[in-house]
Design a protein around this ligand. Structure first.
Ligand code: UGA
Length: 436
């Protein structure tokens, strides 16, 4: 099928390449010329495992191309819109400038029978607002939220755990749902749940999913705070409650909390939208989820301070990680960098290392010192803090080896990813989060 993908960021670039890889003819469109130039030669503008391969295959096969010219959307049967919805500069709500801009730019090139599938994460009600613009052209607007995780985006797009399509409640909606079944034929054929809802439900599914995940993380981090006051161990607590399948162990990783381009802004936008709807109190707990999350960053800084006996000025602190999570070079709202910046603000000499995110981090926080090589970064450190649990730090760094590099023997484990007993046995002061 001929498809267009408007917006070639994390979501759109992966979507375009993934759709080409399952046999569709895809044009990716974005206003950013540099991004389009890179994608056109098969280069991913960000680190995403598996993406360069499917980009190059798609381009070589002739199934995939990229352009800044919106008129090339003409002739596609389905137009996916996956532009960003960042947090507003002066508030918590989502900034819909790019979504509105993309729909206005696309509308002149739509034909009767086309399907426009919104993929951006939007406040509930956005699709209903945009529908008249699309329907005037004879096309149908559906909302098809995306649940991909950065670092696993290719797999999550080609083989998702569910597909959700919100459609208008008339015949055009039924037809459009069938068109999307055809788009996602390999997943549908293998029995992936394909849920057809109304537009508002589909929009809400997305934010509800992220709100739930954020709540789960903040729940365990709240338990970490209680554990800290009582001498209990939050990691054992998580293991124990996680055995209950109704609870589940995943996303119960206590530490410095969640960041990235999705969970933080999505819970804020959800709370803001609920307030507009006069239902602010229904999701009032999301403010608490946000507050718990931000407190954990502060807590990590306090742990470093305590470990250094509050004598931090001029001390060399090595920060292991800059990305908001491993397998990504994304530093948007990264708790890792937040901690690094705060430590520097207290007077420490901070050295940050990361296998992928240094360039992005340097651009945003040029005041920090960056060293790409892990061992070089560790050399002469008075204290070390692990903030992004890359395998390089969590699995492949032994306490014995680290001790040959650092001056001090202080390891603050901001992700509870290390073997506490092994680090202590090697002579380190190991401090986890929510652990005795
Ligand atoms: C998240 C959702 O997981 C995806 O389903 C969703 O599609 C995506 O947002 C989106 O809206 O586009 P992502 O932002 O890639 O995906 O990252 P996650 O894997 O959810 O991790 C988010 C943050 O939570 C990271 O900073 C991670 O370190 C943190 N986290 C995760 C914890 O602190 N503890 C955990 O147990 C798990």
């Amino acid at each position: 099928m001929k498809l267009s993908v408007i917006g070639c960021g994390y979501l759109g670039a992966v979507h375009a390449a993934a759709m080409a890889s399952i046999g569709h003819e895809v044009v990716g469109i974005d206003v950013d010329e540099r991004k389009i130039a890179a994608l056109s030669v098969g280069e991913a503008p960000f680190f995403e495992p598996g993406l360069p391969e499917i980009l190059q295959q798609g381009i070589a096969s002739g199934n995939l191309r990229f352009t800044t010219d919106m008129s090339e959307a003409r002739g596609a049967k389905v137009h996916f819109v996956g532009v960003g919805t960042p947090q507003q500069k002066d508030g918590y709500a989502a900034d819909l400038t790019y979504v509105n801009g993309a729909f206005e730019a696309l509308a002149p090139y739509l034909s009767p029978g086309d399907v426009v599938a919104g993929k951006s994460t939007v406040p509930v009600g956005t699709a209903a607002d945009l529908a008249p613009l699309v329907e005037r052209t004879g096309a149908t607007l559906v909302w098809n939220p995306e649940f991909l995780r950065e670092g696993f985006a290719v797999k999550d797009t080609i083989d998702p755990d569910r597909l959700v399509v919100g459609v208008p409640q008339d015949e055009s909606g039924e037809i459009a749902a069938d068109v999307l079944r055809e788009v996602y034929h390999p997943a549908v054929a293998k029995g992936t749940p394909f849920l057809v809802t109304d537009l508002a439900t589909a929009e809400l599914v997305k934010v509800a999913a992220n709100a739930f995940l954020a709540t789960k993380i903040s729940f365990i981090n709240a338990m970490a705070e209680i554990a800290e006051a009582t001498g209990a161990d939050v990691t054992q607590l998580a293991d124990a409650i996680g055995h209950d399948v109704r609870i589940g162990r995943r996303f119960l990783g206590a530490g410095i909390g969640f960041g990235g381009g999705c969970l933080p802004k999505d819970i804020r936008a959800f709370a803001a939208r609920a307030e507009e709807l006069g239902r602010g109190e229904s999701v009032g707990f999301l403010r608490e989820v946000d507050a718990i999350n931000l407190r954990r960053r502060e807590r990590a800084v306090t742990l470093v301070l305590d470990a250094l006996d509050h004598d931090i000025v001029g001390k060399r602190v090595t920060v292991l990680g800059a990305a908001f999570k491993p397998h990504s070079d994304d530093i948007r709202d990264s708790p890792a960098l937040d901690v690094a910046v705060r430590l520097r603000g207290l007077g420490a000499e901070v050295t940050v290392t990361d296998p992928q995110a240094i360039e992005n981090a340097r651009r945003q926080h040029p005041q920090l010192t960056y060293v790409a090589d892990r061992d070089e970064a560790l050399r002469n450190a008075d204290a070390v803090i692990l903030v992004t649990e890359w395998d390089e730090y969590r699995r492949n760094l032994s306490p014995e080896h680290a001790a040959t590099l650092t001056t001090g023997r202080i390891m603050i484990d901001g992700r509870n990813g290390l073997d506490a007993a092994a680090w202590r046995a090697a002579g380190w002061t190991y401090v986890g989060m929510g652990r005795p």
